[in-house]
Design a protein around this ligand. Structure first.
Ligand SMILES: Cc1cc2nc3c(=O)[nH]c(=O)nc-3n(C[C@H](O)[C@H](O)[C@H](O)COP(=O)(O)OP(=O)(O)OC[C@H]3O[C@@H](n4cnc5c(N)ncnc54)[C@H](O)[C@@H]3O)c2cc1C
Length: 284
């Protein structure tokens, strides 16, 4: 039977790795299981992250892994497919071969999938010439021709984008028939009534969607999320990421708003601290 570790972290994005660092530095044994397909890998770089502005997402992860190597933190490139309580412990089952992991606490940090509106050609360009967050990628396309493909009633977002460019067009999702590459790096949006609209970048509002049912297996219930059309958020019971299930903590996009690398890091650090508090037995 596998040794019981102090924590299994489900998901090795900014949230999970931050939780692992807090716990590792607290002399705890940690296993981070990461399926390795976070949404932001589609982008060339992460921005608006002080100290890491412009760093490619994979490099951010590699730097974190290198720093975690000095602690009792093992990174497992796999996917968690099952998690259940077994007495005072949790049993965590992985997709790949190997024994299930056993842990005293679990930090859920699997993030969300970012579903862009169903316009042909849009999903392939998400992170490259189509973006959702102007704080993350607006600077790189400032002063260029922008289009916001959105649902009617959300046109006001073009006013926000006006802080980055004086040339912002609104295209209703229903009127955007197709997105394809134009000349010299521009993007063509085929519109229902006006033919092709040539722009340099597109903004959209994706809908966040659950990536697994591990929270549900542990007895958690997702709640409404302002950026999702389905219940997607695991709402913590307090500011430190505790959940309704003792010993299970939540961090990152799964719980925090707005979704960003820095929010995820902060939330992971808090959840790691809360897991440590739980492990110490203080307050019980
Ligand atoms: C295209 C794009 C660009 C972005 N650019 C920026 C930016 O420039 N700046 C910024 O601040 N924010 C940016 N964001 C938002 C930011 O990436 C997220 O808010 C942040 O990464 C969330 O961190 P997280 O750790 O909660 O989740 P994620 O980064 O999504 O990481 C979750 C990890 O968990 C893994 N996982 C999920 N389920 C399981 C499972 N069952 N078992 C094992 N592993 C699992 C996933 O594969 C993934 O590796 C961007 C998002 C996207 C989609």
């Amino acid at each position: 039977m596998a040794d019981v570790v102090d924590a299994v972290v489900v998901g090795g994005g900014p949230a999970g790795l931050s939780a692992a660092m807090s716990l590792g530095r607290a002399c705890r044994s940690v296993r981070v299981v990461d399926a390795g397909d976070p949404g932001h890998f589609a982008a060339d770089a992460v921005h608006n992250v002080i100290g890491f502005d412009g760093v490619p997402p994979r490099e951010l992860r590699e730097r974190a892994w290198a720093q975690l190597a000095r602690y009792d933190v093992e990174l497992i490139e796999d996917r968690v497919v099952g998690a259940v309580r077994d007495g005072a412990e949790f049993v965590v089952r992985l997709q790949g071969a190997g024994e299930p992991l056993r842990a005293r606490t679990i930090v859920l940090a699997g993030g969300h999938r970012y579903d862009v509106p169903a316009v042909p050609g849009l999903a392939e360009r998400f992170g490259r010439t189509a973006f959702h967050c102007p704080f993350c990628h607006g600077w790189e396309v400032r002063g260029t021709r922008l289009a916001y493909i959105g649902h009617p009633g959300t046109e006001a977002f073009t006013t926000v984008l006006g802080m980055w460019s004086g040339d912002v067009r609104f295209v209703a999702v229903e009127d955007a028939l197709d997105v394809r590459d134009g000349d010299d790096g521009c993007v063509l949006i085929e519109t229902r009534d006006e033919g092709d609209l040539e722009v340099d970048a597109i903004f959209v509002h994706p809908s966040l969607a659950p990536v697994d049912d591990v929270p549900e297996q542990l007895g958690l219930v997702r709640s409404e999320h302002p950026m999702s059309v389905v219940p997607a958020r695991i709402e913590p019971t307090g500011p430190m990421g505790a959940t309704t299930v003792p010993g299970v903590f939540v961090a990152g996009d799964l719980e925090s708003l707005p979704p960003s690398v820095t929010s995820a890091m902060a939330s992971g650090t808090r959840a790691g601290g809360a897991a440590l508090h739980h492990l110490s037995g203080a307050g019980r």
